[in-house]
Design a protein around this ligand. Sequence first.
Ligand code: 13P
Ligand code: SF4
Length: 350
Amino acid sequence: MLDVTPIGSVLAEHYDLAPSVDLAEDTRDIYARMSRVVTPADWAMFAPYVIAINKLKKERGAVILAHNYMTPEIYHGIADFMGDSLQLAIRATEVEQDVIVQCGVHFMAETSKILNPQKTVLIPDMEAGCSLAESITAAGIEDMRAKFPGAPVVSYVNTTAEVKAASDVCCTSSNALQIVEAMDSDTVIMTPDQYLAQNVAKQSSKKIVYWAGSCIVHEMYTAEEIRAYRENDPEIRIVAHPECTPDVVAEADFTGSTSAMINWVKRNKPAKTLLVTECSMASNIADELPEVEFTKSCNMCPFMKKITLEKVLYSLHTMTQEVTVDPAVAEKARASVQRMIDLSAAAENA
Ligand code: 13P
Ligand code: SF4
């Protein structure tokens, strides 16, 4: 486990990180992207870190890839590229810099490493896991293959490199249906998210069998809760992630990946919306959409929230928390991820 105690003292020897109203003023253009959700006092604390990280990342030849669930000071303050899992994976194949700092969870950093074995991939906290990735091992994939002989295995990218290597192809929340439909088989095994699998099954012509994993953030929402929001305010637009249960998805006006959710809200600009997903999603687009009121009901992903400005600065300063993948495993995992990227691109161009 990353011991957070010495981080502050190590950083204090090299950087002046005291809250600063002057630095906050110098970075007001960045702050303008989050002024609805971050107070000026908080920004005075964040600004010294943001300035130090942006300077250091140039010195280290690093690029910062950030998931849509990162907090606003990371998302708007230091990220070079923000997106959903598929966008981050594709972007990882295009990175010119030698160092990738993944502001997201471990499976995302592993995917970047799988796609870029020659690059240094850092994650600011190795403990940033995922309940889905933890729910299945390569042995679980083999069990599913034994139960459903001949059926291809489509594994969500929210899995370890070993699981990806044991699968036929990966998928993300934005292309799961396309990938399943592209399989040359009437029966398809989906792992490890039971709800994503059930949601895909509702739209697919295939028989889908699945592993019983779930996301601890999205499975907390209930259909009754969503209905209560709508009864309270019939104008509200409900936007959900496909890791939610099918009952919740059935109540939503739109369901899609994190980036698809953002795009839907940007396109439709509802007067009021409830984003049925992780808390930072609404925070990250609140300033860009002043006309939209975001209902403040969200669930926090404890894994995503392990990534902080302090840990990013420490990781870049020490060049530590490097993600490595056994080359033999990486080669097989790369085939599954690359097949997903290729099938996804083919479906987009069809
Ligand atoms: P997206 O691919 O939609 O960004 O989802 C990743 C994730 O972990 C959602 O919980
Ligand atoms: Fe995993 Fe859920 Fe957190 Fe996404 S939100 S990283 S699926 S636990």
